[in-house]
Design a protein around this ligand. Structure first.
Ligand code: HEM
Ligand code: HEM
Ligand SMILES: [Fe+2]
Length: 488
């Protein structure tokens, strides 16, 4: 078969794992769009509580919003691992057919779960609903049958990764990756216990939620970033791997016991105040390291790189992770502060900037890696046609998210002040906090940020499908450049 022409969208440019990755990316993008649309609905319901009441209730929109987020990010990560696996291991993915089948099973299951969320919205909760409708654990509400399906799917994925690495070459990147995937998937089981004691239930539930986003997902994006800096900038393997080991050590060192910052008020013993406050306060350190890494490497290569949109999103990731998780997380992580901010819009402000800054960004960076290769490793540097699209998408998505973050923070401040400090966290204080004009104005500003994000998302989609079309130049190759430089 003749190779497809450069600049033409064609999967024959890809290796087997990468073809599967594109399928995962496609579903991830569909769910990303769903996430934003359901976020808009939920945001509107803060301002107009009657909007869609009884048709699509707030609790449903919120649930679809955050579950779509978790699933699209996981699918993006799985796709990214399939994307880089053959390159790293130096051999085609082992058991790819099985991986392919599992992809369809997983996608089908996600579709069924979402439809059930949307159509079965009210009724009593019992063993039947736990198995077939909703398990009631925020972010991982999938019913039990789907939980089991997810475990099977990720085990297959894990088999693909381990078997491929065992057959091919083991690198520092794949070593960290395998250890991390084991931890990540193992933790999911912690969220599957069923107990009628809410404190115990929350205790284990945080093992999934916190230890995912503040330990295992962070390490996973460290792996993806290491690989991306190596391919896009041409940073040497020894450099990215050394950084990766440092980041992993710091991340696990602070993030595991940092779990305690969720154990302040759920009925767990008092020693968690000290453990949680102290260790979580250290969590920003690896995030600073990641910023230094990305910025230093970009500078060392004088910003010359093979894929401008990808590098743009990698840098957005480094800063977004640092500010959203590190700074916004640190703000409310000491128990003395958290007493006033717990569960207010501070939390939501942090949740948005952290998830977007740390995890949406790196996935989008990888979508652009795929867009480039799908067109035959086309030039994606200076002077490409329609470059305004990726630049404006980058700007609007980030500016919209920052607007939302600051607006939510203003509402959160007001809640801490009126509901907690003045009214002493009473029932009436709770409502006084939520009806104050400052709160409502924050909610209105959040909506503006949301509309800007929606516009940015539309541009991003348009760009992902068109970037590189008709371009005839080959991509700039940082590794050849590096070879020439060291030879000279
Ligand atoms: C990318 C990493 C992170 C993500 C995605 C993330 C996301 C979130 C989300 C969504 C929540 C709300 C959970 C809920 O529904 O109750 C939350 C809560 C919290 N996060 Fe993070 N977070 C990250 C990192 C951090 C870091 C590094 C810190 C501390 C330095 C931190 C401190 C906190 C605290 C204290 C809470 C509890 C807020 C409350 O009491 O209501 N987070 N985080
Ligand atoms: C158009 C943009 C968006 C709008 C209007 C929006 C709106 C909302 C609303 C109204 C909630 C419920 C908050 C509450 O219960 O107080 C929510 C929760 C959440 N959203 Fe969004 N959202 C948007 C985009 C995003 C994006 C892009 C992300 C991450 C990538 C995200 C992550 C989250 C998270 C983690 C929560 C749970 C936060 C918590 O419990 O504190 N949202 N969103
Ligand atoms: Fe946490």
């Amino acid at each position: 078969m003749a190779a497809a022409a450069i600049g033409v969208l064609d999967t024959s440019h890809l290796n087997g794992g990468q073809k599967l990755a594109v399928k995962y990316y496609t579903v991830a993008i569909v769910l990303f769009v769903a996430q934003v649309l359901f976020g808009i609905l939920a945001g509107l319901q803060f301002l107009y509580p009657d909007f869609l009441y009884g048709v699509l209730d707030f609790n449903v929109n919120r649930m679809v919003h955050i579950n779509a987020m978790v699933v699209w990010m996981l699918m993006g990560f799985i796709g990214s691992v399939y994307w880089l696996l053959e390159d790293e291991a130096g051999t085609p993915v082992v058991g790819l057919k099985l991986g392919e089948i599992i992809f369809y099973v997983l996608t089908g299951a996600v579709a069924v779960v979402v439809l059930v969320y949307l159509f079965v919205q009210v009724g009593p909760g019992n063993d039947m609903t736990r198995w077939f409708i909703n398990e009631g654990r925020e972010y991982i509400e999938a019913p039990r049958w789907a939980d089991i399906g997810i475990v099977v799917a990720v085990l297959t994925f894990f088999f693909n990764v381990v078997a491929t690495v065992m057959k091919g070459r083991a690198t520092g990147i794949t070593g960290v990756l395998i250890a991390d995937l084991l931890a990540l998937f193992g933790l999911y089981l912690a969220g599957m216990f069923y107990t009628t004691n809410v404190s115990i239930d929350q205790y284990w539930w945080w093992w999934v939620i916190h230890l995912w986003v503040e330990a295992t997902w962070e390490v996973l994006v460290g792996v993806i970033m290491a690989w991306a800096l190596m391919t896009v900038l041409g940073t040497r393997r020894v450099v990215v791997q050394t950084w990766l080991y440092i980041e992993v050590a710091l991340m696990f060192g602070s993030g595991i016991l940092g779990l305690g910052h969720h154990y302040f008020w759920i009925g767990t013993p008092d020693y968690w105040f000290w453990i949680g406050g102290f260790f979580s306060a250290l969590e920003p350190i690896p995030l600073v390291a990641m910023v230094v890494h990305a910025v230093y490497d970009s500078g060392a290569h004088k910003m010359r790189n093979s894929n401008h949109p990808t590098l743009g999103w990698v840098i957005a990731h480094a800063f977004g992770n640092f500010f959203g998780a590190g700074v916004w997380g640190f703000m409310h992580t000491l128990p003395q502060v958290n007493l006033y901010t717990h569960g207010t819009q501070w939390t939501t402000s942090h949740g948005h900037l952290a998830f977007f800054g740390a995890y949406a960004t790196i996935n989008i960076a990888m979508f652009y890696v795929a867009a480039q290769k799908l067109r035959g490793n086309v030039w994606m540097g200076a002077g490409i046609a329609g470059a305004w699209r990726w630049k404006w998408a980058l700007f609007l998505l980030n500016a919209g998210m920052l607007t939302m973050t600051v607006a939510l923070l203003a509402s959160g401040y007001e809640q801490s002040f009126i509901e907690r400090a003045i009214e002493g966290a009473t029932w009436s204080g709770y409502f006084a906090g939520q009806s104050h004009p400052w709160f409502v104005q924050g909610m209105q500003w959040r909506m503006w940020g949301g509309w800007v994000m929606l516009l940015g998302l539309a541009l991003l989609l348009w760009d992902l499908f068109t970037i590189g079309a008709g371009e005839t130049r080959k991509a700039y190759s940082p590794s050849e450049d590096e070879a020439a430089r060291t030879a000279a």
